[in-house]
Design a protein. Structure first.
Lengths: 530, 109
């Protein structure tokens, strides 16, 4: 009694003896290999398989329902080996690579497994079914994974479409046989590599006796085989790395721009959370511009990531499909994304072309003694931890529902030129598309300070309304000190003081907690240990 | 010089001409064509026909339609297109010329 296998050939189910099935598989593989590179190869395969099905049909009856090895051999004899075909292209191919092909096909035709989408047990495009057959596990797990990934901003959908595009469908029986070969796992790869090595040495010795081939060519051949085997394993590892990196980046990208979630920025002070959409509405002039920028950034950044992912899958699954059209399409899209980014960039640049500075000079109540005390208010929005600098834009910006606070006002101390009283200057600065707009934006900056007796307290931040846009708004406070009078800087003042000139060239950070007198040369420290 | 190779080359050139001629008479599906070619001893193995048909079809010389079959998978019925008919007419002329040429040259020998 022989074991039989049920096989679907051109849509008709045949019961085939196991040995006969193997033989048929090898035969179809040989033909497939033959027409692999010629135009319409798939179609030729489908036609040939249809004819084989027809011939099998003639060989089964109610009395004899199984296709035997003899039947298969008979059909193969009728159809003939591809070498016997009187076909121009195929014959040329054969002539050029005759020797190699024959030597190779004897060992590798039956065992090489390829990935295909399975059209027979599919739910959508047969991607999960095909991939799981390639690795030899239950497709249910993969399908589950895709469903779960679907809920992460549709990552699963994107991934599925990518796989659908690059994995070819198993159209012919030869494809299906290759699809069902031994699963690709570490054991089988190792076995395959080992066989290839043995194969390589085999061919070499055979050729050495056949034809007196020179030694250099032999070494070169062996080296080539070694490199191929090495890259087979190494390529898969690189593939896995590419896929992991690509998938992670896609996930982050989608999260970043599509979700409302806070995203992570790596800064000098560790990980900071901020939301792209909040910043976007603060910066972009209109919602149309915001959408343009979003699409631009996603294509410009996303396409290289998707390409990396594609390359990873191609390497891991050993897909030979030519993706030139997909590549060109992606490249064009990518250029489009860059153009979009550039356009928005230029538009934004125009918003910054004019700048304005609005200075307000404020008289203050003169202190009883000669010394004015300077301090800052409690920093409710930003921890005192941060140094006062534009560099920390992200850390020093806080977007609330109605207004946005910026934690980098600058405070300077300068000489009062003519008068003998303390004054304060508040300089509001902004950029804008027109001079008028810039002035308007500058005037809309809110800044808070107050005085009680000889103590002046300054806010560590300035604010704008959220219907304003951020156009480089900035605040500079100048405390004017008449000659002979002094200011005391509290310990906390290093939060806002910026590059105060003094006689001893003491740095801002070391100026706090000290009292400074204005002399004709500049500020001089009274209570420093020098 | 390999005699088998030369024979194959000669047969190959004629084969396309014969396929077109068969299809010029009537629509046919591959098995019909194979039967006629086998009778004429032009081909030995059936596989030969399929790549040729696909190539002729892709070149626009042949068209086909599907027909259901009671005893197997659906069949492709091929027939000549207009381009194919023109192509065949030219081949007819060339063939006559060739036959004349071969006859005159071989007769002198």
């Amino acid at each position: 009694m022989n074991k039989t296998v049920a096989a679907n050939i051109s849509g008709i189910i045949f019961n085939i003896e196991e040995l006969a099935y193997e033989k048929l598989g090898q035969y179809l593989n040989t033909i497939k290999g033959y027409f692999k590179n010629s135009e319409g190869g798939d179609e030729i395969m489908i036609d040939i398989e249809a004819r084989i099905a027809e011939l099998f049909q003639e060989r089964v009856s109610d009395n004899k329902q199984v296709i035997t090895l003899a039947d298969v051999e008979e059909v193969i004899a009728i159809m003939g080996q591809p070498e016997e075909y009187l076909d121009e292209e195929a014959t040329e191919q054969q002539d050029s690579s005759n020797r190699n092909k024959e030597a190779h096909s004897t060992t590798s035709s039956g065992e090489s497994k390829q990935i295909f989408r399975d059209p027979d047990s599919n739910i959508l495009g047969g991607v999960c079914s095909g991939v799981s057959q390639y690795f030899g596990f239950d497709p249910l797990w993969l399908r589950l994974l895709f469903v779960i990934l679907f809920f992460f901003f549709g990552t699963g959908v994107l991934l599925y479409i990518i796989l659908w595009i690059i994995i070819p469908e198993a159209k012919t029986t030869a494809d299906k046989l290759k699809m069902r070969g031994e699963p690709v796992n570490v054991d089988n790869i190792r076995k395959n590599v080992k066989e290839r090595f043995e194969d390589a040495t085999d061919i070499d010795t055979k050729q050495a006796t056949d034809k007196a081939k020179n030694a250099i060519e032999q070494i070169f051949d062996y080296f080539k085989k070694f490199i191929t085997a090495f890259f087979q394993v190494f390529g898969k590892l690189i593939g896995v790395a590419f896929i992991a990196a690509g998938a992670f980046a896609i996930f982050i990208l989608i999260n970043l721009f599509m979700g409302n979630d806070a995203i992570i920025a790596v800064t000098d002070h560790g990980l900071q959370l901020f939301s792209y959409s909040e910043y976007a509405s603060l910066i972009f002039a209109s919602s149309e511009q915001e959408t343009m920028a979003l699409i631009g950034i996603i294509t410009a950044v996303g396409i290289p990531i998707v390409s990396l992912f594609l390359a990873g899958i191609k390497l891991l699954l050993d897909i030979k499909t030519n993706l030139r059209m997909v590549g060109i399409a992606l490249f064009v899209l990518w250029i489009g994304g860059l153009v979009l980014c550039g356009t928005v960039g230029i538009q934004l640049g125009k918003e910054f072309t004019n700048d304005a500075e609005v200075t307000e000079v404020l008289a203050i109540e003169q202190p009883v003694g000669d010394t004015l005390m300077l301090d800052i208010m409690d920093d409710v929005h930003f921890s005192n931890h941060f140094r006062n600098h534009h560099e920390y834009f992200i850390e020093l910006t806080k977007i609330e529902r109605k207004e946005t606070h910026f934690g980098f006002p600058f405070l300077d101390i300068r000489e009062q030129p003519s008068d003998s009283v303390f004054t304060i200057e508040v300089r509001r600065m902004s950029h804008g598309r027109t001079q008028k707009e810039a002035i308007n934006r500058a005037e809309n900056i809110r800044y808070d300070w107050n005085q009680s007796d000889s103590l002046l307290t300054f806010s560590p931040f300035f604010s704008i309304d959220n219907d304003e846009k951020f156009r480089g708004q900035h605040i500079e406070i100048i405390v004017r000190v008449p000659e002979g009078k002094a200011v005391h800087l509290s310990d906390r003042m290093d939060r806002i003081i910026y590059d105060i000139g003094n006689v001893t060239r003491t740095r801002d950070r070391r100026m706090t907690g000290k009292t400074w007198t204005m002399t004709d040369k500049g500020l001089e420290c009274i209570d420093c240990d020098l | 010089m390999n005699i088998e190779n030369t024979k194959a080359q000669m047969r190959k050139g004629v084969l396309e001409y014969c396929i077109l001629s068969i299809l010029a008479r009537q629509e046919a599906y591959p098995s019909d064509i194979i039967a006629q070619l086998k009778d004429a001893k032009l081909i030995v193995v059936e596989g030969t026909l399929y790549p040729l048909l696909t190539r002729l079809k892709n070149a626009g010389l042949l068209g086909y339609r599907w027909e259901e079959s009671k005893s197997g998978p659906p069949r492709k019925y091929y027939k000549l297109t207009e381009v194919g008919e023109k192509f065949l007419k030219e081949l007819d002329l060339t063939w006559e010329e060739l036959v004349n040429a071969v006859n005159t040259t071989t007769a002198k020998k």
